[in-house]
Design a protein around this ligand. Structure first.
Ligand code: GLN
Length: 482
């Protein structure tokens, strides 16, 4: 199961292994990973093998974040408010994978409804990092990242509203790719902040990510944000030829002198990043430094908090315990809903609803919600201007390797730096964005991210692919150091 999709497909079509054997191995590994790292809400013991066809993913196991609706399989969003919810339909992306013969073997833990960046807030408990159990996987796609890094299967689905695929991928030493907004249908994904929600994939190589997205993409009449991408074949676009491509990085984020008392981890992380810039140059890619107003960079996270909390508050008002989820104990309907929500949501989520309600109140809307929308536009316009000249933005992911579990709560508690939050730019603009492993700091994996202009996924992925081929982290499986 440590192999790539193409390698597994070869073995399957040559009858050197069967889909049954792959599924059995994946389920056994799931048990071990569950025991050690708590990555799953459900393990699908009755997963059935499927026929091997020309489809590369046929017969191969995969995992699904538990905020995707899966027909007949518990789908909780890692929340007590849906701890008994079994959908009667599949999310479009899952249905498409099933139609091509992919086999779902488990549902993975997330931060409650995707609202978090630690992997510690799911109703079934904290997901531990498979490289070091004292550290977090980050979130919210914590279980998916953990399982792929531990070699349970070649890929798992995730969702990304702020960085939820791309940050756990970095912390677990794997690839995380969020395509352009609307390339993948969100129908059947539990909505968090609809203007920023993306479906994407966690895998151990750029090629695997491309294969899986190729298998899922396309117009869906149930998601009006989807667009026709039939002219794009991501897998075939991976030529590795990136000569004369142009990337930029943001000086204010990458210059160590911009940080007061930088930690050793941050120093090493930025050193790794600088080495990677050299690799880009070796590939014939031009890399330039650009400046963005520090005030704008510092505003990214506030904009994200205001907009995501506002959208989440509105989206999640349907969680009343009446249509789905455990019903509150009262004959009075208001009391029934109140009990369901009071008991069901964790305090961190409730706090987000308070923020969301506050910024949406008519007397506060101009000052907070509308202002945040204007800033979002400003940030996207700055990026779009850069993308006229460049193929992509390259930046280190976060401030170093995975953070320790002790004393780290939901990120809204922290005064985090712009370096920790810049991936949200990709969600503001709906930009294609991919994280790949970028070596190690203190024996723990760190990541580098490339974000490009909308609809330019093939180009962004090809640059990541070329860079990956210059490094030795492709396909790596977590080696537990602690
Ligand atoms: N960590 C961010 C948050 O707390 C992003 C989550 C996401 O992308 N789903 O909301």
């Amino acid at each position: 199961m440590n192999k790539s999709i193409k390698e597994l497909h070869e073995l399957l079509i040559n009858n050197e292994i069967t889909s049954e054997e792959l599924i059995k191995e994946s389920l056994e590994k799931s048990e071990i990973v569950q025991e050690k790292y708590n990555a799953f809400v459900t393990i699908c013991h009755d997963a059935k093998s499927s026929a091997i066809t020309d489809e590369l993913i046929s017969g191969i196991p995969f995992g699904v974040k538990d905020n995707f609706s899966t027909k007949g399989v518990l789908s909780t969003g890692s929340s007590n408010t849906l701890n008994n919810y079994v959908p009667f339909f599949n999310a479009t992306v899952i249905e498409r994978l099933f139609n091509k013969g992919a086999v779902m073997v488990n549902k993975t833990v997330l931060d409650e409804f995707g609202m978090g960046g630690t992997g510690t807030t799911g109703h079934t408990g904290t997901v531990l990092n498979p490289w070091d159990k004292t550290r977090m996987c980050a979130g919210s796609s914590a279980g998916s990242a953990c399982a792929v890094a531990a070699g349970v299967y070649p890929y798992a689905l995730g969702s990304d509203t702020g960085d939820s695929i791309r940050k756990p991928a970095a912390y677990c030493g794997i690839v995380g790719y969020k395509p352009t907004y609307g390339m993948l249908s969100r129908y059947g994904l539990f909505p968090f902040a609809s203007s920023m929600d993306h479906v994407g994939v966690l895998s151990r190589s750029v090629e695997d990510a491309a294969i899986v997205v190729d298998a899922m993409k396309g117009i869906d009449e149930n998601d009006m944000t989807t667009w026709d991408s039939s002219h794009i074949n991501l897998t075939e676009s991976l030529t590795g030829d990136v000569k004369c491509k142009k990337l930029f990085y943001i000086k204010e984020l990458c210059d160590i002198n911009n940080y007061d008392n930088p930690s050793d981890e941050l120093k090493l992380h930025l050193e790794n990043f600088n080495k990677t810039l050299e690799l880009c140059k070796d590939l014939g890619v031009e890399v330039k430094e650009e400046s963005v107003d520090q005030k704008v960079l510092n505003a990214i996270d506030s904009v994200y908090v205001v907009l995501s909390c506002a959208e989440a508050t509105s989206n999640m008002s349907n969680l009343t315990g009446i249509i789905f989820g455990p019903r509150g104990n009262s004959t009075n309907i208001t009391e029934m809903m109140k009990e369901h929500r009071t008991k069901g949501f964790s305090p961190l989520i409730k706090r987000r609803f308070v923020i969301g309600s506050y910024v949406l109140q008519s007397e506060n809307q101009d000052r907070y919600f509308k202002n945040a929308q204007k800033l979002r536009r400003l940030i996207v316009d700055i990026m779009k201007k850069f993308f006229k000249e460049y193929d992509g933005l390259i930046l280190p992911v976060g401030t170093g390797p995975a953070k320790t579990l002790v004393g780290e709560a939901d990120k809204l508690d922290n005064n985090t730096s712009a370096l920790d939050e810049h991936l949200q730019i990709g969600n503001f603009g709906g930009f294609p964005s991919i994280t790949i492993p970028n070596g190690f700091v203190n024996n723990l994996p760190v990541g580098v991210n490339i974000t490009g202009n909308c609809y330019d996924d093939a180009n962004v992925l090809n640059i990541a692919y070329a860079l990956e081929s210059k490094m030795s982290y492709k396909g790596q499986i977590a080696k537990e150091v602690k």
